[in-house]
Design a protein around this ligand. Sequence first.
Ligand code: ADP
Length: 488
Amino acid sequence: MTQPGAPGHETAFTNYSTQLFRSLFENMTEGVALHTLIFNEAGVPVDYRIIDINPAFEQQTGISQKIAAGAVASSLYGVSPAPYLQEYSQVALTGQPYRFQTYFPPLDRHYDISVVSLPEQGFATIFLDITSRVRNEEKLSALAKFPSENPNPVMRVSNSGELIYANQAAYKKFPKWLFKADKLVSQDLQENVARVFEEQVSREVEITTDDQTFIIDITCLPGENYVNIYGRDITGKKKAESELRKQKEELLRSNADLEQFAYVASHDLQEPLRMVTSYVQLLERRYKGKLDPTADEFIHFAVDGATRMSLLINDLLDFSRVGRRGGKFSLFNAEEPLKRALYNLRTVIAESSAEITYDPLPDVFAGATEISQVFQNLISNALKFHGIQPPKIHISARRRLEDWVFAVQDNGIGIDPQFYDRIFIIFQRLHKRNEYPGTGIGLAICKKIINMHGGKIWVESKPAEGSTFFFSIPDTIPSQPAESDQPE
Ligand code: ADP
């Protein structure tokens, strides 16, 4: 064993320290690379060569020892000049250590690098791959921006009403009446925040001032001495809603005007028309066969025209009366109005040898007289537009979502699909008067009644095979139709 001071001690010590450093070098988690600078003829450093690396180098860079050892930096990393040549040369030439953090593009990694000088213009880099830490930090800082990037106002307010945080949108969108100089100033909001602290339950409030309206969520965070406040500017939505309301009112008003007009026109026209009709009929009775044949024909046309006009005016009056009687909605079984309609049609039913059947029908909340009128119009059409076979009519109902959908099915002449919509328009008919009598008001009345109930009416048909008329009635309690103050 070598004694200290004895010859050979220095060698043993050197060996020991070499081993020590070697062991440190081998076992460090940081990557270590020893380099020498490469100079050009003018003595300027132009590159550097790796002369040794520790095992951690491979782990920290992904470059194997075989490739790295002895390699010239610029060719190893594929960049010229070699990475950080200036900084490394500075350390090697001045002996001043240097530490920095950097993103190293050739390896797409982030490193924390310490550079120390070595004898003979060499230098060592001791480095750690900090990529995952940097990426996490990036993620965290991106997340930290989350509330500030929120286009809606976000605030955090302490239980003493101090503003702990407000994002840009809060400053931009919340007006001065809400908070000023980092304090809530809206009395309303202050009271609501105080309630949230007191009751420990989140609240949503709508706050309006002048021309702005906000929905404000005050979120209670149990155990914390602050609340989070999230705002939404609903001024635009409110304006749109009020605009829509105005338009609806306007539409209702102009509809009411139109109905009033139709009602007054048809009602007031009845009287002079009655006079015209009765006088041309009188003319016909008194002078038929007493004047020349052309006069007879003219009088006949006048009587026919007046009669038709009277029918149309009566129909128009019926149409405009729908919903004007102020009939109350009530709860009844739909078989009641159906039976009433069948009773009213009993003669036609008997004459046409029709077979009419129906399934059990549900209770509905509706206008009973009006629903009876719908059944009557649909069944009378089914009787009228029959084919070669005697009419076979079936009435049923089924539930579809929130509605009851009634069906009146016949085996009649059917309807071409191109006319499905047209037949519901007032006075629109598909046949001449001499083929099938009628004025074309029945389905228009049905449509008005069903719409009044918040439902829909439509038809499905196969020409020559039959038609099924459907109408829906919401199975909820609809709002009462407005009481009418119009004269009948
Ligand atoms: P009208 O019966 O007076 O003609 P409607 O308004 O009740 O008036 O009907 C309009 C048109 O729809 C009818 O002229 C007819 O062409 C067609 N239509 C209605 N119901 C039926 C049906 N059940 N089968 C075939 N066509 C029908």
